[in-house]
Structure formats: structure tokens, C-alpha cells
Design a protein around this ligand. Sequence first.
Ligand code: CTP
Length: 220
Amino acid sequence: MKADYFKSKKIVISAGPTYEKLDPVRFIGNYSTGKMGYALATELANLGADVHLVSGPTALSMDHPSVKLYRVESALEMYDICVREFQNADIAIMSAAVADYRPEHYNDIKIKKNEELLTINLVKNPDILATLGKSKKAGQIVVGFALETHNEIENATEKLHRKNADAIVLNSLNDAGAGFKHSTNKITIILQKGRIFEFGLKDKTAVAKDIVTCISENFN
Ligand code: CTP
């Protein structure tokens, strides 16, 4: 790890799930706990970074003085803050499990069970990682995550290129203890030009250290 690499760098991190509202009492969400993103935020803040943590709904708290926490609910809210804060940031790490789709219509009142078959139309959410990847300026670094079930390296590499990211942190669902319902994770980091780094199963604090070390050693 290069000493002072992260000192005073502005880093935007997305974490947790997003909730896409259907009506006042229901939403579409996922099981992400946010632990990976919060561990990254703490690690980077401890290394002197100015961290902006954009978090979907989680049970976690954050009280590090160098972490500014933005609590959001939907993908659109997360998108707005990430795009705004990335403009003058050095690094973005998108670890959130963003809902790919949201309900086309929000019902102001609770949906009643009048229908035998209820159809809900979903519309695509904007891809935050791809938006940052495509808008990044020289010197800005964009890191994404990928959760794959098959052809992991191939799919994650394709994601790296499609979203114009500098690195993709791959979690495989085939590895026991890895993925977003666990407090441990097993990752592979894929960089441009086919550079690949594999790591063993570790708790998410140790995984966060591996990710930040890899960034500091591979980007100027
Ligand atoms: N991501 C994002 N905004 C979205 C969807 C995903 O920023 N609307 C980011 C996640 O935070 C993560 C990466 O993209 O860094 C994960 O991408 P993923 O959802 O796995 O890839 P997709 O492009 O949706 O491809 P697929 O679901 O088909 O694997």
C-alpha cells in the first residue's frame, strides 16, 4: 500500500439495496446488507479520504467524521447524488445492489387485492456505474461490482468494458460464504488489459483492505 495514496482524495461509494416503491406500504427490494460498502467507507476514511457514502436502506450506522452519509431509498435518488458528487471526486466505488427496474406507476393509496392476477409494469432504472464510467474525466477511477453465477470472469470482464469501469470486483455465487447475504466475501478483481487478482474467503473488513490496496497499487 502506498502511504498517503488516499489522503484527501474524494471518494464516492454506493452501498446497500435500493427500494422501489409500489404503494405507501410496499416496495421491490433485495437482500443486500450494505456491509461491503460500509466496510470500504470506514477503511478509506481511516486512510485519510474524504468519503461520500450514498446508502440505500440498511440497518447499519456510520459515525466516522470523514464519512458523509447520504441516506436514499430508490435507484433514482442514488443516481442523482452519485452523479452530482462524482463530478469533483477522484474515485467512485459502486457496491450497491441497485434495482435494475422500478414500478412504472406509484400508487398513492394501498393496492387492494381486488384482482386474481395482478400485473405490474416495470421500467429500467439508469445504470449509475455505467453513467459514471462513461462520463469520467482523465484521472478519475471508477470501480464496480459484479455478482455472477456462471462464466464469471468472462461476464465480469464484459461488464468492465461495457460500463467503461477501471476495475470490477467479482463475487461468485458459486463460492460458499460469498455474496451479499453474508458477512464474508470471496472476490476476484479484474482490471483493464486482462489483469486479474484472486483472493481467499475473508470477512468484509479484510476484503475492503484488499480492494483499497489493489486500487492504490494499480492506479497512479
Ligand atoms: N449498478 C449501478 N446501477 C444500476 C445497476 C447496477 O450502478 N442501475 C452497478 C452496481 O452497483 C455494481 C454493478 O453495476 O457495481 C453491478 O452490475 P449488475 O447489476 O451485476 O450488472 P448488469 O449490468 O445489471 O448486468 P446483469 O444484471 O445482466 O448481470
